[in-house]
Design a protein around this ligand. Sequence first.
Ligand SMILES: CC(C)(COP(=O)(O)OP(=O)(O)OC[C@H]1O[C@@H](n2cnc3c(N)ncnc32)[C@H](O)[C@@H]1OP(=O)(O)O)[C@@H](O)C(=O)NCCC(=O)NCCS
Length: 246
Amino acid sequence: MIEGKLVRLRALRAEDLDHHVRWRNDPEVVHWATGGDPLFGPVSREAVAGFHEARLRDNPRSETTFTVEELADGRAIGMADYRDLDPFTGQATVGITIGERDRWGGGYGSEALELLVGHLFGACRLRRVELETWSGNERAMRAFRRIGFIEEGRRRAAVRVGEAWYDSVLFGILHEEWTERRATDGVRACPADHGGVAGAWHALPQRGAGPRPRTPVLSARPAPAARSASDAAAPPAPAADRRRTP
Ligand SMILES: CC(C)(COP(=O)(O)OP(=O)(O)OC[C@H]1O[C@@H](n2cnc3c(N)ncnc32)[C@H](O)[C@@H]1OP(=O)(O)O)[C@@H](O)C(=O)NCCC(=O)NCCS
């Protein structure tokens, strides 16, 4: 459990499937998460269940999906995940979706992402964290910048929303930037910086040893590449905040 002031990140549970089906079929959530990809939904409960089931068995040494829970009442309001964790280079890709629309703009998403990144830099000792969104998602970009992510590049006109084209925007942050920013802001650099169980890179599996990269339940665009057997039953998965399989 990773706790902030507004939210906590807790382990994914079987009962989270209900929220995921709802969020995954909410056109507005899907619009922002995927850039309005018309091929993304609607999606059956069975299809989401297959994907969810696979996420419950994720190996946290390479990927994990957390549920974002509101501290005030324990309500599940979204999900945050990391994937493609590479222990050699010390980097991972993250994703964030606040699925409850009435919680948008309240600082919940920024804090959830901050907790996740703090966990990766702290407990997991990563060097670099990255994520991606589309240039029309001003709120997401502001949330990323607020935490200290730096825009690193754009794939121009890579996202189509109706008859308009947007850029896919890659953001990254290095451990030293994170630490320096938190020192300057007087914020804890790494909420989970306890060097505990997952504290050493060398304890992590080597490249290719873990489960293959996959797409989160709700982050953005369908994965063009082949997916694992467990993912094959999943809905065309989104991931605007992914670099390798946007
Ligand atoms: C993107 C998301 C994670 C942001 O989390 P959030 O809790 O809603 O946002 P926050 O309240 O933390 O605000 C983040 C920033 O956006 C700004 N913001 C809030 N609402 C906004 C809006 N409608 N338009 C533009 N900016 C907005 C805030 O002022 C803040 O910027 P600041 O720190 O410079 O003041 C969340 O809205 C979400 O999951 N949306 C749906 C799916 C999605 O877009 N996913 C991103 C996939 S890459």
